[in-house]
Write a protein that binds this ligand. Sequence first.
Ligand SMILES: Nc1ncnc2c1ncn2[C@@H]1O[C@H](COP(=O)(O)OP(=O)(O)OP(=O)(O)O)[C@@H](O)[C@H]1O
Ligand SMILES: [Mg+2]
Length: 458
Amino acid sequence: MRTLARPKNRYICQECGFESWRWMGRCPGCDSWNSLVEEPAASFAPIGAGDKKRAIPLPLTEAHCLESARLKTGLEEWDRVLGGGLVPGSLILLGGAPGIGKSTLLLQVAKALGQKTGKVLYVSGEESCGQTRMRAERLGCVLPSIYILAETSVEAILAAAVELQPVAVIIDSIQTVSLEEVQAAPGSVSQVRESASRFLRLAKDNGIAVVLIGHVTKDGFLAGPKVLEHLVDCVLYLEGERHQSYRLLRAFKNRFGSTNEVGLFQMGGKGLEEVLNPSEWLLAERPAGVSGSVVVSSLEGTRPLLLEIQALASRTAFGNPRRLAAGMDFNRLLLLVAVLEKRAGLPLGSYDIYLNVVGGVEISEPAADLGICLAVASSLKDVPVGDRTMVLGEVGLAGEVRGVTQPERRIEEAARLGFTSFIVPETNKRYLQKNLPDLDIIGVSTLAEALKIIFRPH
Ligand SMILES: Nc1ncnc2c1ncn2[C@@H]1O[C@H](COP(=O)(O)OP(=O)(O)OP(=O)(O)O)[C@@H](O)[C@H]1O
Ligand SMILES: [Mg+2]
């Protein structure tokens, strides 16, 4: 008689999800070491046979909507990045490089929540209560509604949270806490995964917003298993240059809002201050009348950001010309340089090209293409583009300039900051002239046309 083979256990990579029937030291999927964990094979009973648990589906019309219950902190940049405030019962992961200001930001969030909404539990696995108090004193966050706990045992933290019933729990950091029942060191793949899933239960069962701080690896990714990113509702990153004072808060994943929003902060002695007028701030140190500098507008979520692009084209000393891009995709720069050579006839083959987006902001939108091209051309010819000129447009391989989304909002923001001349795609111009008749809007349909405009004698 044939018998059914017993299902075999599988080994699953906790980093990338690769599955294997046998254990391997190194995952062939993502090359990480010791990340394959044995998963017992599930044994399935036939559907309907002896089901003990009953789950009752709910008509969607009867489900409770949480939108009105969002916890607004009043820290506008934080609220906007989250899509309008913290959702009760959500699990959020905040990542960032060491010393960037993660603990500072969340202590300030705790203060805002403590003042307006209710109790907040701040769990520090890295610092003692005294050290947290010292930071809180500096930030002006010493409130009776903020409770601190210097603890690394997940079981103890969960028990304390359930007893206290705060509106939010902050875990600083997920890599330092551990479950006693998991036989692995804190910060290891299985510890982080299991601890995070306990915090998920805490959040969902009690309606508490839980924020986990996560460390990032040297490549800039969140340390720990990839499943952590699937598990949580939002993944936020706090970014910034170590030697500069600004910090950018970005949503990488958000189940309750857009992922395009950025929040801008400035680090000071009193903690992170919101920068409510980022464009003005980013352009504050722009040199006047210098070639190679062009202002473009990048739409970050609902807010247009005006950014300065600086290019430097200098003659290649020997060998191959060098290309360097900071704040934009390197391959995009290569593509635009090729278009400039082929379609506009600029002799860039014998020039090194360096490109920088000022302020450390990353441009991912093609709407900045034309601005990048004009910055390179302006530096090559050593002819400045007007100080009060903003450039918009996507550049195609044929050298054509294509329309961008929401040009009106971008131009209104620039006009508010004193820009008077706008080089935009022809397709956008027709629409803009109707709505903004008082502004000097120049439409271009090819890259060559745009170059003619900036190089014409003024
Ligand atoms: N007395 C101070 N005055 C001004 N800024 C300070 C002061 N103390 C700390 N800072 C700023 O706060 C930053 C550290 O912030 P914080 O401890 O919140 O970072 P973190 O991301 O939590 O770091 P870690 O990864 O070590 O936990 C420092 O890099 C510094 O810029
Ligand atoms: Mg910290």
